[in-house]
Structure formats: C-alpha cells, structure tokens
Design a protein around this ligand. Structure first.
Ligand SMILES: [Zn+2]
Length: 307
C-alpha cells in the first residue's frame, strides 16, 4: 500500500471539520499574511501562511479547539502511523522519548544539577518519560500536564503527579514552579503567545524554562518541500528567529541553545527576564526566510519529478 492509500484508509475527513480564521499574527499582531501552501503533508486542504512582517508561519484557517480535542483523542496516532507506515502509539513513543530525555539531560544538566528537590512542570509531558528521567537524574519533583488521556494514563502508571488538559485552559491557581519544560509540544499549541505568557507567570523569578521547536526551515530544506514540512497537527511552524522573538516578547533570556542529533529540533535553556513586547526579528532574516522558501518551492525536482 502506498502512503497516500494508508492515509486515505484512516478516513479522517479534515475538510468538513469546523475551522477558525485568524487575521492577526500570533507573534506581532500584523494582518499582512502571505499564503505559502495549500495542502499539508497528509494531502489535506490545509493552508499555511506566513506573516510578512515577522515571518511567523502558521496554519490559517486552523481547526477549532474542540476539533483538535477529537483529533488527538481518536485520529492523531493512526494518522501518524499511516504516514510512517509503522505503529506509533502511547507505548512506542516512550522509546523515542527516552532517547530525547538523555539528549535533554546533556543540554540542561549544568542548569539542573543545583536544583535538587525543586518543582518541575512538564507541559505536554506525554507519558512522563522525561519527567521520570529528570526526577531520577536531578532529584526534581515532577508534575505532567497533557491533553491526551491515554498518555496521561501511562504517566499515572509511573506514579507521577498528572493533570489531564490543555495548558491554555488549565487554571493553576497560585501554584508556582522552579523549572518548566515544554518538549516537542509548542508546534501543537493553539496559542503560543498566551501559553508562553502563562508559563512565564507560573515560573519563579530564579526559575528555569526549557523548550524546543521543530525548525520549520530545516524541515523544508530536509524534505525539499514546504508542503511536506506542514501538517494539521502543527498549527505553528516555528523558526529560530520567530521563537527567539517570542521568548524576548514574553520575558525570557536564552542561556543556551542546541541543535538536536537529528538536526530537526532546536532546544533552548531560558531564564526569566523583563519582557520586550515590541521585539521583532531582523527584517533581513525575514527576507532571507521568504527567499529560501521560494527557492525550495521552485527548485527543479529530482529525476522523475514533474515540471
Ligand atoms: Zn507577525
């Protein structure tokens, strides 16, 4: 069976799902949007736009929050499994997460070593693999929040403190954390700005924030396609310059950054700082980004490709 046939067999009807169109860029507020693509990697009619002012790429329109809740509960893993041609579920992802936990340990180790006994909130913490690894290795006290009930169920088996829900909707009351991590999650959020602001308000002033992005630029170049680098499960397609602008605006200073072993992810170690709400990426950076996307889109296809 071909990839397209496997995806069709999943039977997800994206076109009929309720969607929301957004006029203002989530990063800078501009309404000047450039349409980049008309389909995503699964072949769904999902449009990705980029802000002409700051270069933030996002799906627009995107599905409504309740549609995403249904998507993650029922369709997401089967669809990803169909795409890759192998079973990916709440159990199999734990192997990959363990490898990534060890990579994060190397990056964040020097900053986590002195934090024994401190609280650690893992946002989008999935089955809790990273939370447990950090607890064992650094003695931090973890809590996992994730919207997927079957992943939280796995985390519960390890005896972790868990919260089932969306970070955007969770009411933390007056709880504060020493360390917040958000791994392989930010691209799935429905509102990056609001979530980063919430994390900032949850973090103690001497706290630490660990976060990563799938680098959209790297994904476009690696796939030699912009379409293949977009997917409906990523409402946002972040780049280094957009992420660093988000961090500056919402009140974080970057202490350290790292490219992952597979060159796809960029991870950041951050500390709280005064927000710089007017921060924008360099204009030259945004211009280069658009030029690069056009080069990828217009590159002569390899032998066998069509004109
Ligand atoms: Zn913008």
């Amino acid at each position: 069976m071909t990839r397209a046939e496997r995806i069709q067999q999943v039977g997800y009807d994206y076109a009929s799902r309720a969607k929301i169109r957004t006029d203002a860029c989530n990063l800078c507020g501009s309404d000047d949007q450039v349409v980049l693509t008309h389909r995503d990697r699964y072949g769904f009619p999902a449009q990705t736009v980029a802000c002409a002012r700051c270069g933030l790429a996002a799906m627009n329109p995107r599905m409504a929050a309740r549609e995403y809740a249904a998507f993650y509960a029922q369709w997401y893993r089967p669809l990803v499994s169909a795409y890759h041609g192998r079973t990916i579920d709440a159990v199999s992802v734990q192997r990959e997460q363990q490898a990534y936990a060890e990579e994060m340990e190397t990056l964040a180790g020097p900053y986590l070593e002195p934090r024994r006994g401190q609280s650690f909130l893992d946002v989008g913490g999935s089955t809790g693999v990273i939370a447990i690894h950090f607890a064992k290795r650094f003695g931090v006290d973890p809590t996992v929040i994730d919207p997927a009930p079957d992943e939280i169920q796995e985390a519960d088996k390890f005896g972790l403190k868990t919260i089932t829900g969306l970070m955007e909707e969770w009411d933390p009351g007056d709880r504060r954390y020493d360390v917040v991590g958000m791994f392989q999650t930010i691209d799935h959020l429905l509102d990056v700005k609001a979530t980063l602001e919430k994390i900032r308000s949850l973090l103690r002033e001497d706290g630490l924030f660990l976060v990563d992005i799938v680098d959209f630029r790297a994904a476009c170049l690696k796939n030699a396609s912009v379409e293949l680098a977009t997917k409906i499960d990523h409402p946002y397609s972040l780049t280094e310059f957009a992420m660093e602008s988000y961090l500056a605006r919402t009140g974080f200073d970057v202490l350290r950054r790292s490219y992952s072993a597979d060159h796809h992810l960029v991870a950041y170690v951050c500390k709280p700082a005064a927000p710089r709400p007017d921060h924008l990426p360099e204009r030259s950076e945004v211009r280069d980004f658009f030029r690069e996307l056009r080069q990828v889109q217009n590159a002569r296809p390899a032998a066998g490709g069509s004109a």
